[in-house]
Each structure stands twice: as C-alpha cells, then as structure tokens.
Design a protein around this ligand. Structure first.
Ligand SMILES: [Zn+2]
Length: 136
C-alpha cells in the first residue's frame, strides 16, 4: 500500500448543525497554523494561494455570535484560525453548500457521460455485428 492510500476522515459539525466530512491524506505534511484574516472575499478563499476551496477543520462557539474556526486549504496546505462573526460564518456555510451541490452536479454529469460512452460503444458493436446472442 502506498502512502497516498492512507487517509483519515474527520467529521466537522457546522454551527447550523449540518456536518461535513474532511478527508486527510497522511503524506501531506501538517503545515504551521497561522491566523486567518477576515478576508474581503470570504473565509473560503485561501490567503496564500487564492484557492476557493478552503474548508473548516474545527468549529467552536466564541460568544453568542462569534465562532472560533480553524480553516484549511486543500491546495497549498495552509492552516489558519481566528474568531469570526456570524455573518462571515454563514457565508462560509453557503459556500460549502454551493461546493457540495457543484460536486454532486459534476458527479451526475460524469455518470451520465460514462453511460453515454458505454451506450455508444454498445451501439457501434451492434452495428458491427460484434455482439452475438452467445455473448449474453
Ligand atoms: Zn491555499
């Protein structure tokens, strides 16, 4: 088994009660934790590499309307933490939601494309008389 096969999953519960699963690969060196800034673009944007895939690693309440969050960038490995107000956290959750929907959409497209590809090959094989009753 190669190193890239080893991974672990950590479940993060968002303030709204929804949960997301974060997958960690062991061959990625744990980066130094540096503070996250209240970015104008939102918490999902990496301050180092501008990737828009930053996700929370942990959430903890920090007063009635603030959250202490550790964030991680899957692209460059940046880790950051900070205390953020509800508005920013809500935006992050919306962004995570959008990301999940986009993933599901892409997966459906991929499944459909694979099926179309198989159907095409089947039709070509039929036309070429390459499929005979004994194949079934
Ligand atoms: Zn990054």
């Amino acid at each position: 088994m190669s190193n890239s096969d080893r991974h672990s999953v950590r479940r993060v519960v968002l303030p709204s009660g929804r949960t997301i699963d974060v997958v960690y690969f062991e061959d990625v060196a744990p980066p130094e934790t540096i503070p996250a800034a209240d970015s104008i673009e939102g918490l999902h944007v990496c301050p180092l590499c501008d990737s828009r895939l930053v996700h929370p690693v942990s959430f903890a309440g920090d007063g009635p309307d603030r959250w202490e969050i550790t964030l991680q960038c899957p692209n460059c490995g940046w880790l950051g933490d900070g205390s953020f107000d509800r508005e920013l956290v809500d935006e992050l959750e919306d962004e995570l939601d959008r990301g999940t929907k986009a993933l599901v959409r892409d997966l459906k497209r991929l499944v459909r494309a694979n099926m179309e590809d198989e159907i095409d090959r089947f039709v070509h094989a039929l036309e070429a008389d390459a499929i005979l009753p004994m194949d079934f």
